[in-house]
Design a binder for this molecule. Structure first.
Ligand code: ADP
Ligand code: MG
Length: 348
């Protein structure tokens, strides 16, 4: 439905967007994930028509929106500081945009009712919004945006101002609400948990381009670069050098590790990075002569609820590993990563 083509945007001669392209399909929730300052809000503003790119195009159902002003695009944009009207009630806030559109009174009343229902706040209709909690206010802001039936909804870090517990809870609610509305959504965040929890498709914006896109599962399984792996917090990235090509072996500061054969050819002496995921660590207290196993010392052991997060010191390198058992700080352990669980990224 939406097609963003090769957006280029500079600020003060500094390139911000260097060719951003992506599409959003019907009813799809697309998350645009990027560090602060990567240009996420700028992408939304360009789609909304609040800003013009140097080049590139925004198409809606195949039609170029270059000459369509913001208010004719029919898109909804909700910012982090969603600014409800403090002197109005919940219902009045939801009704505001509908009144601006001069809809008939009974239709406004009906849409406000539906909006309140969708956020399960029917009994809050006549409360001033200043009496609501942060999470409730956020839901009202969303209902207000949805009441206008935008053909595309863009949310710019809508949960950014809320604390972590509330965010986790709202992610699930938000997902249900957005799913029900069937409106295509672009959801901007710098928080990977939010992105993983919400997205049908995830786009990673970095240095002006979409570095990788796919389902959260695809990105989790197959990050395209060490940067993506690190940004998504997938695990330990360890520098190494190819020591042998058949079988492929990489020498790190703490061990020589067998790794899966790569599609691209690697040569001996080539520098690379290995991704060792904490959840793939095999730990034992006995030093058995297994391949891809090495000794380390427990530096920290933290209870995380479903597992213990261990910080291991291995030949001067610190590695995170998950364990079902707690470990004694200072104790020696043997850690092992099966070759097939290791990912290799040749340095470019
Ligand atoms: P994000 O939303 O990912 O944090 P933004 O899209 O807000 O990133 O902007 C990224 C950078 O682009 C900002 O840090 C700023 O340097 C620059 N920028 C954005 N808007 C403007 C503007 N109107 N004028 C000058 N520079 C801007
Ligand atoms: Mg922003």
């Amino acid at each position: 439905m939406l097609e963003v083509q090769n957006l280029i945007k500079d600020y003060e001669n500094k390139p911000l967007l260097k060719g951003v392209s992506f599409t959003v399909d019907k009813g799809q929730l697309v998350c645009l994930l990027g560090a602060s300052g990567s240009g996420k809000s700028t992408v939304l503003r360009i789609i909304a028509g609040l800003e013009e790119p140097q080049s590139g195009a925004v198409l809606w159902q195949g039609q170029n929106l270059r000459d369509t002003p913001t208010h004719k695009r029919g898109f909804g944009l909700m910012f982090q500081d969603y600014a409800l009207f403090p002197h109005k009630t919940v219902a009045q806030n939801i009704a505001f945009g509908l009144q601006m559109q001069r809809l008939p009174e009974d239709e406004i009343a009906q849409r406000v009712r539906a909006g309140l229902e969708s956020i399960r706040m029917q009994s809050f209709a006549d409360r001033p919004v200043t009496e609501l909690s942060g999470g409730e206010q956020q839901r009202v802001a969303l209902a207000r945006a949805l009441a206008l039936s935008p053909s595309l909804l863009m949310l710019d870090e809508p949960l950014g101002a809320l604390d972590h517990t509330l965010r986790t809870q709202l992610i699930q609610e938000l997902r249900a609400m957005l799913r029900q509305s069937q409106i295509p959504v672009i959801y901007v965040t710098h928080d990977r948990e939010e992105a993983f929890g919400l997205a049908d498709r995830l786009l990673i914006l970095h240095e002006g381009v979409i570095l990788q896109q796919g389902t959260p599962q695809e990105l989790f399984k197959q990050p395209a670069s060490p940067w993506v792996a690190e940004f998504l917090g997938l695990g330990n990235l360890v520098p190494g050098v190819v020591s042998q090509t058949e079988p492929l072996t990489v020498k790190t500061a703490f061990a020589e590790l067998s790794v899966p054969t790569q599609r691209q050819t690697l040569v001996a002496g080539q520098e690379c990075k290995l991704l060792l995921r904490p959840e793939d660590a095999l730990l034992s207290s006995a030093a058995t002569p297994e391949s891809n196993a090495f000794g380390c010392v427990v530096r920290d052991s933290r209870f995380m609820g479903e597992y213990h997060q261990l910080e291991l010191l291995c030949g001067g390198v610190s590695l995170l590993a998950r364990s079902q058992e707690p470990a004694q700080i200072g104790a020696g352990l043997q850690a092992q990563w099966s070759p097939e669980r290791i990912q290799v990224f040749p340095n470019s």
